[in-house]
Write a protein that binds this ligand. Structure first.
Ligand SMILES: Cc1cc2nc3c(=O)[nH]c(=O)nc-3n(C[C@H](O)[C@H](O)[C@H](O)COP(=O)(O)O)c2cc1C
Length: 320
């Protein structure tokens, strides 16, 4: 049954996504150049990395770069974090977000700095503020989704109640990361808690956590009844994973992917950021390939994009 469901179009917030295999927001990774590769391999929807609503309102240059959207980019949702309904509502209505028709609210980030500010996963224990944030964001007229964890710890699983609160407050879709805050990214997701969230609402529910293959995605859909899946670390290591999950595995040209990302990024982000970013991404993309360990050291000592490009020629001689 889930094999029929996996890859189906998904409607939310008045629009139809081509399929229900989504690429997660990933701080430090899901910039427009990376998203372009995920879309190319079939992702149904991508998200920007989490952007501070306060930073957006202050008009910081860093925020502007985080929100950069590619010219021919399909619909992408901008992810915001913040704990103040007024600030969150203001950010959604701000012109910096005019290019995005959909906003995702981060209610799952476990990082202490975010949590201590009453943002991210802290909202799991403040339902009324979380609801006020969703209502404030909805006033912008954008499609609004919420991404949250199943609870703070095993003794406080709130997935079903929190899902119902999101729907009542006007959310168009939710993503449930099937782990508690204290588990960070470790261990198997709690399928029962994700299923409970799915059964508590009528809006689309996306299941996230521990999906690295088509088999994992089918297992997640089977065990939770969710309407779609979201991949995070799997995409970061290998954007081609979307083709695999969608049952359209293909040989992928790692060098071409890296070169395209570099070419996209350079004019927008400049040499320094592009170099740091693409050394890191190249190391991920080489994981599991022959000689990966040997190349890592040279990769991280590349002093310029030109050197990185030359090294790519050595790493992938057949395609060079
Ligand atoms: C490096 C890194 C950055 C992340 N950044 C974000 C973020 O900006 N917003 C968010 O909602 N979740 C973020 N997450 C959480 C992921 O979106 C996802 O929920 C989590 O990794 C579980 O999925 P996975 O098991 O497929 O990796 C991040 C995770 C990682 C590993």
């Amino acid at each position: 049954m889930s094999a029929d469901k996996l890859g189906q179009p998904l409607r939310y917030g008045g629009t139809e996504l081509p399929n229900n295999v989504l690429c997660a927001p990933l701080a430090g990774y899901t910039d427009f150049a990376f998203r372009r590769q995920c879309y190319k391999f079939g992702a149904g929807l991508c998200f920007t990395e989490m952007v501070s609503a306060k930073g957006l309102l202050y008009g910081s240059e860093a925020t502007r770069l985080l929100l950069y959207r590619g010219a021919d980019e399909p619909q992408t949702a901008a992810q915001l974090f913040g704990g103040d309904p007024l600030v969150m509502g203001g950010a959604c209505a701000h012109e910096a977000l005019a290019q995005y028709r959909a906003v995702d609210i981060n209610m799952g980030c476990p990082v202490p700095k975010v949590y201590k500010n009453g943002e991210g996963s802290a909202l799991l224990s403040d339902f009324s503020r979380a609801a006020a944030i969703i209502e404030a964001c909805k006033k912008s007229g954008k499609a609004v989704s919420v991404k949250f964890r199943i609870g703070l710890d095993e003794k406080h699983i709130v997935a079903a109640e929190f899902a119902a609160m999101c729907e009542d407050a006007g959310a168009d879709m939710i993503t449930v990361h099937g782990r508690t805050r204290d588990r960070m990214y470790a261990g198997e997701p709690d399928y029962a808690a994700v299923a409970a969230a799915k059964n508590a609402v009528h809006i689309p529910v996306i299941a996230n956590g521990g999906i690295f293959s088509r088999a994992d995605a089918l297992n997640m859909l089977d065990r939770t009844g969710a309407d779609g899946v979201m991949l995070a670390r799997a995409a970061m290591y290998d954007p081609h994973v979307f083709a695999e999950v969608l049952g359209a595995r293909q040989d992928w040209d790692r060098r071409a992917v890296i070169e395209e990302q570099i070419a996209d990024m350079l004019p927008v982000y400049g040499e320094g950021y592009t170099l740091v970013q693409m050394r890191k991404m190249t190391a991920f993309y080489l994981r599991g390939t022959r000689g990966a360990a040997k190349w890592r050291e040279r990769l991280f000592s590349c002093p310029s994009v030109a050197d990185l490009r030359a090294l790519l020629g050595e790493i992938f001689p057949a395609e060079g």
